[in-house]
Design a protein around this ligand. Sequence first.
Ligand code: PLP
Length: 377
Amino acid sequence: MNEKIARFLAEQQPATPCLVVDLDIVEENFRSLTAALPDAKIYYAVKANPAPEILSLLNAKGSSFDTASVPEIEMALAAGAPPERISFGNTIKKQRDIAKAYELGVRLFAFDSIEELDKIAESAPGSRVFCRILTSGEGAEWPLSRKFGCDPSMARQLLIAASQKGVVPYGVSFHVGSQQKDPTQWDTALRTVAEMFRDLEALGITLGMVNLGGGFATRYRTDVPEAETYGMTILESLRHHFGNRLPETIVEPGRSMVGNAGVIQSEVVLISRKSANDNRRWVYLDIGKFGGLAETMDEAIQYPIMTPRDGSGDAEGVILAGPTCDSADVLYEKADYQLPLDLRIGDLVQIHSAGAYTTTYASVNFNGFSPLSQYYI
Ligand SMILES: *Cc1c(COP(=O)(O)O)cnc(C)c1O
């Protein structure tokens, strides 16, 4: 384990479950993505982990912020970000929240329907808008397809409409799906976007910006491409589809900024079997799906789990579950998790790469369990 986090856990012995995030790693993640895509502006996806410590750090490094609600906008502002560096990237917004964002100075909005465009035109006149297009989400471990975005031909019509409604048709966005381990997935979308740029140009509408979304992977149980590989592949696609008229680009990384920076410490509450000849132990932790590990849904995100007894003897397959009274609170049953046979009740285990999409996914008080405690060091 990361030495800084290991030292903190050893010295402080915080109550479990808790998340400990090493801010140096967040800084390093920001640095490496900046180096990989030097011309792209980074809009950190606040939802991945909105801790003030993370927002302040990224703000100091010059990051911009992609937000999904008024409270997220207010968190970014509180961290010192000027409103010019904040986008309201959710395609599903209440009219009064658009008005509030506009009042707070935000001038960059996402949409994917005429209905949403009308809301923005009314409550945020003169703002820049970008239209999100659908992608397949193929190859992503946490796909974001279907719910967001519209067909490219509809997007083209909507951007034309935008120019007639008193907002600025500024660009196109897409998201290739979260934890997207295939960097070539950006290519398909970029081909479509470049076509849209050309078609609209012919109609007198010059778009300026491509929003490449998030999706950059963090390492869980298997290796993922480096930021540099994503950067090279995407730059190649941009050059291929846009030639020497490269548009302004935005990226919205969430997971890849914070995922590998956090470790959750958890305690083993129970180890048991369901019958005398049950060949798999059930290991119940003090954190589960409702305590912050929501992304284990369908066993999609598979966190590396370490115990103090790793390597000390034989390990065997287990079913991992959380502590709540909901039978859906099982973390891994199909995924092959093996834990040492001498694992004991009361042992502390570490769940790695848990910095993203955990603290805010924790339920408020289900079964009386507190939301996940967090430390930023
Ligand atoms: C969630 C989200 C992101 C962040 O995605 P990651 O896969 O975590 O990088 C970026 N943009 C939008 C619009 C999102 O909804």
